[in-house]
Design a protein around this ligand. Structure first.
Ligand SMILES: C[S@@+](CC[C@H](N)C(=O)[O-])C[C@H]1O[C@@H](n2cnc3c(N)ncnc32)[C@H](O)[C@@H]1O
Length: 252
């Protein structure tokens, strides 16, 4: 009921407010970042999957799929365009969605952050699936339950994940798991799946006082030291502590 009222209000606001206010691309929050990221992926026809590390109740997963669906609608309209070239572009529309979480809250850790203690951010997988259910394509989301480290040993997937062992290349990875250790484990899963143009979003880039030796920054720094063929080009900052990068592959 709450979501229904929220959606109704959104529809009314969209009609009343000018499009530049309501248009996701002009937002400086996570939805704006996801909109830009999907725009980059779709317009460059980059294949691969949307990876989310840290799902909690599914807010950003919902936003990502909602925005992706808007692009799919846009593509459908291109097929009806008067302009031949628009009709002729062979847009790739088969991006898979992968969602990784313990679905039991934050794992045990020794990082001593007041907001990231064991068990915080607790939401079960059924709660997330129910939240996403109204969106077309939600049935195709593959859920991976467990710590990222556990999951990496054997990719057992719940939901719409047909080829669990062969995860797709990365189109977008939304790494929203707060901790240094979790970022290391998430990047280990992504290693070898990154490609030229992949977008990496780190939702907690400015946590831990933006200290390069803690949190996501430390995880990324170590990853890049180990993988010299990968360069991260600064893309956008968003919300109060997020930063996104575009992958440059030096050995392509
Ligand atoms: C800040 S919440 C994610 C917020 C979410 N993206 C949203 O839109 O609301 C962080 C999530 O990361 C998960 N997480 C953190 N470290 C993890 C790990 N090593 N393995 C699995 N899940 C982890 C937690 O369970 C928690 O649900």
């Amino acid at each position: 009921m709450k979501n229904f009222i929220k959606n109704q209000l959104k529809t009314v606001f969209k009609k009343v407010l000018p499009s530049y206010v309501t248009f996701d691309q002009n937002r400086n929050d996570r939805s704006g970042a996801l909109h830009k990221a999907w725009g980059h992926i779709i317009s460059n026809n980059i294949r691969g999957a949307y990876y989310e590390f840290g799902v909690y109740k599914g807010d950003s997963l919902y936003e990502s799929l909602r925005i992706y669906n808007e692009y799919l609608n846009w593509i459908r309209n291109q097929k009806k365009s008067q302009e031949l070239w628009r009709r002729k572009v062979d847009w790739f529309v088969g991006h898979q969605f992968y969602a990784f979480d313990t679905f039991e809250g934050m794992p045990a850790n020794e990082e001593e952050h007041h907001a990231f203690k064991r068990g915080y951010f607790l939401a079960g997988i059924e709660e997330v699936q129910a939240r996403l259910a109204p969106l077309p394509g939600s049935e195709k989301i593959g859920y991976f339950q467990g710590t990222f480290k556990q999951v990496a040993k054997q990719f057992v997937c719940v939901g719409g994940c047909a080829v669990a062992k062969n995860l797709d290349k990365v189109a977008i990875a939304n790494v929203d798991c707060d901790l240094y250790s979790s970022t290391v484990d998430a990047l280990r899963i992504l290693e070898g799946k990154l490609q030229q143009g992949s977008v990496l979003l780190f939702d907690d880039w400015y946590q831990f006082n933006a200290d390069n030796n803690q949190g996501q920054r430390r995880g990324v720094k170590e990853f890049l030291n180990k993988n010299k063929q990968i360069i991260l080009e600064e893309y956008i900052t968003y919300s109060h502590c997020g930063k996104a990068f575009i992958v440059q592959m030096e050995d392509k």
